[in-house]
Design a protein around this ligand. Structure first.
Ligand code: HEC
Ligand code: HEC
Length: 503
């Protein structure tokens, strides 16, 4: 939320910038002035670094970290280093590139938008280049869609995907863990009972109101999974990616480094050693992508990116201040529920606490734990309700207002891809029409919408809903236009704190 050249601000500042009645030409209030000074100062630092990199490429190694960084840096420093790793343009020296080994002199790197299977492409040299719409850590523009898992040559063979924004994901990961724990507990209890009584025992996998269907524990300790819904058969909840591909930010970051930048970390090589040709490339063992750079990043690189991402603040709801619009806004909020959107885009999920642990994959499973209530950037979600329930028990869970249920749904043939997505790490296959309910927080700033960015507006996004969402889409269609407008108005209040950027 507070990357290079950018500063986050709370609403009052945004209002201050446009405060009605302020005489033209009047100087900014002191807080805006000082924020602006900070942003300009950051810009100067970024420019200075660019000049250093231009003259001394080895300086770029600074952002390719080893695990020692976690021992030396405090949370704030870790955030800044992670921020650099997310923002900086990588170079050949840092492992950028694939398939073009060094000759007597370093050969130039060549970008390749079209990915070659799981090996990826070379479609960007920084994470920022696809995650900047709506501000730092934002989504992707229509012209930046990633062209994944193709044959490296034909556009038609590629899977088109739009980049979501990456704010609030640390809390999404924690909310997913909570749901996962609950359904696994239910499954374990059913299994114990089935084994002990020697008869099948069904288990309803409902957690915090999210329904993952029913499985039946068998006396031999296995499960009949035919009734399972919206989650992989290993009962692990994968909240990241449009299909629900990754369970952790570390796994996602490790993959992103390779498929977008050709940076293969030690952990990536080790976790994909079962079929290197499919996942990594045909090069030598320490340089599978065959670009002449061995051991391009340590396992710590993905842990750093995951730590950074998890520390980012959450998007917020910004209701309009105009009284007429405020009225329509509250109507829109009620309609979201009454037309059935919240059946999938659940208003809130909950976390059990703020502690999050990012564990490296591969042979060196070191981990780093953060307390997001201390390490997180503003806005940090807070516990709002301290009212005891009937038994005098105060629920310690922290709500996040992400508008998702973190499970997969079939949205019908209109949104289907021709082939299923085969997930890594035992996640199984996700059919073409099935997608993870996209969170709606931050929506206003991160168009275009849907997995491939086909929908320029939220109206279009709703119209594309089919399958399990057809009923809800039809209910939206059946509303009088004023109500549809109120619903869209509410969706447009799902935004993020204004950011002051000097670029
Ligand atoms: C070429 C554009 C591109 C670049 C560069 C890129 N991403 Fe992404 N990112 C995407 C797309 C597209 C998705 C959605 C992929 C999918 O689910 O199919 C995504 C998804 C994500 C998500 C999951 C968000 C969610 O809510 O599910 C995270 C986190 C993320 N990227 C982090 C990174 C990091 C870290 C880097 C740099 C190492 C990076 N991205 C570089 C395009 C990009
Ligand atoms: C059956 C579950 C379900 C229901 C009901 C549902 N949605 Fe969705 N929604 C999804 C899924 C899954 C996606 C992701 C689809 C994709 O990426 O192609 C999505 C995506 C969206 C998006 C695009 C978000 C983005 O950032 O790309 C919007 C906007 C949206 N839904 C709004 C609504 C509204 C408004 C309603 C009620 C009229 C609604 N949805 C009902 C499951 C549902």
């Amino acid at each position: 939320m507070s990357p290079r050249g950018a500063l986050p601000f709370a609403l009052p500042l945004a209002l201050a910038l446009t405060a009605p009645g302020e005489a033209p030409g009047q100087p900014f209030p002191a807080d805006v002035r000082s924020a602006l000074d900070d942003a300009v100062e950051l810009y100067r630092r970024v420019r200075a670094e660019q000049l250093v990199f231009a003259t001394d490429p080895n300086e770029r190694y600074e952002v390719v970290v080893g695990r020692f960084i976690f021992e030396r840096a405090d949370d704030g420093m870790l955030f800044n280093i992670g921020d650099e790793a997310f923002e900086l343009e990588a170079g050949r020296e840092g492992g950028l590139g694939s398939g073009e080994p060094w000759g007597p002199f370093p050969l130039p790197v060549r970008n390749r938008r079209l990915h070659d299977g799981e090996r990826g492409g070379l479609d960007a040299s920084s994470c920022r280049s696809c995650h900047f719409v709506g501000g730092p850590d934002g989504g992707g523009a229509p012209s930046q869609v990633a062209l994944l898992r193709g044959d490296g040559r034909h556009l038609d063979a590629a899977t088109v995907r739009d980049a979501p924004h990456v704010m609030g994901l640390g809390y999404i990961e924690l909310a997913a863990r909570r749901l996962e724990r609950q359904i696994n507990r239910r499954a374990d209890i059913a299994r114990e009972q089935a084994v002990s009584i020697g008869m099948p025992v069904p288990a309803q996998l409902v957690a915090d109101g999210v329904d993952f269907g029913e499985i039946i524990a068998q006396p031999d300790g296995t499960f009949d999974m035919a009734g399972l819904r919206g989650i992989s058969p290993d009962l692990r909840l994968r909240p990241f990616g449009h299909k629900g591909r990754h369970r952790t930010l570390v796994a996602l970051a490790d993959e992103a480094l390779q498929i977008h930048h050709g940076i293969q970390s030690d952990s990536r090589r080790q976790t994909r050693a079962d079929d290197p040709s499919y996942w990594l490339g045909d090069g030598p063992p320490f340089d599978p992508d065959d670009d002449g750079v061995e051991r391009e990043a340590s396992a710590a690189q993905a842990v750093l990116l995951a730590s950074y991402l998890s520390m980012l603040g959450v998007p917020r709801v910004g209701p309009p201040s105009d009284p007429a619009l405020a009225f329509a806004w509250s109507r829109g909020r009620a309609l979201l529920e009454s037309v059935g959107c919240t059946g999938c885009h659940r208003e809130s999920l909950r976390l059990d606490g703020y502690e999050t642990t990012h564990t490296a994959r591969g042979d060196d499973p070191f981990s780093h734990t953060l307390d997001l209530s201390e390490a997180g950037q503003d806005p940090i979600p807070h516990r709002l309700d301290f009212t005891p329930d009937d038994e005098g028990f105060v629920d310690a869970a922290v709500p996040i207002f992400a508008f998702t249920d973190l499970r997969r749904h079939d949205l019908g043939p209109g949104l289907a891809e021709p082939t299923p997505e085969v997930l890594p790490d035992g996640g199984g296959e996700v059919p073409g029409a099935v997608w993870l309910t996209r969170s709606l927080w931050g929506l206003a700033d991160t168009g275009p919408y849907l997995h491939d960015g086909r929908a320029p507006t939220v109206h279009d996004a709703i119209e594309w809903h089919g399958g399990e969402a057809a009923e809800s889409r039809d209910a939206y269609r059946a509303l009088p236009e004023a109500d549809r407008a109120a619903l869209r108005l509410f969706l447009m209040s799902l935004t993020r704190n204004p950011t002051l950027l000097v670029e």
